[in-house]
Design a protein around this ligand. Sequence first.
Ligand code: PAF
Length: 285
Amino acid sequence: MIKICKTIDEVRKEVKQYRKEGLSVGLVPTMGYLHEGHKSLIDKAVAENDIIIVSDFVNPTQFGPNEDLADYPRDLEKDAMLCDNAKVDILFAPKPEEMYASNGCTFVTVDGLTNELCGKSRPIHFRGVATVVSKLFNIVTPDRAYFGEKDAQQLAVIRRMVKDLNFNIEIIGCPIVREEDGLAKSSRNKYLNEEERLEAIVLHRALVLGKEAVAGGEADASKVKELIVDMINSESLSKIDYVEIVDAETIQPVSIIEGPILCALAVSFGNTRLIDNFSYDNEEK
Ligand code: PAF
């Protein structure tokens, strides 16, 4: 039976007991409103650890002033049910005041990797992510932590933070889970109206086109981006924030595709901003 913890002390007490018993702990950090994408992270964590802790916290510090913090979908009861069915041991669902003291003034910033892609249009986002993930790592002290590859820049930032700050935690990236028509699963998909939802399929189609071009030998990043941009612009409701090709580790734009790359995009349909990506490594061909 799943246990819901609302306080840091409760989680620490449970983890202390697990450690005494020599059990390994896997953490799946989430902002709740769980879907099949989260479930795939949980399933992987269940397969690789004795104890699974899922955090369910809409983290205010990663939202900008004009973003969707207040409207972000929440459903703790449904999340608890999904977690219980998936054999999660603890659902950690703190209130913002439990996670952040009103006079808190310490933040974690990861330079360089956060300047491009989503970091450009969401300048404080990754500082908030790195800070809350550090806090969760310190509270839960997991052996492994699981993150989706849909947020590829976030995954790169967290890997770098773990390396630079010597967290003794293995970071596991998990493949993007898609709807049948290719749209990447996201808690934000529920904002899309019928017409936007139909048009949003173009993101995956455009990425497949781009990946085929790269796999076929196109090494000029601007040509690949152009193919993707043209296809997305063919849908009348799409508004591109960015389509970019970057080095997979440093998240710096490349003009020639040689080593491992990440091709990432952010596109709005109405008020809903969606992200998606593909990775490609010539070496793995
Ligand atoms: O990916 C998310 O849902 C969030 O950014 C995370 C990692 C849970 C931090 O709030």
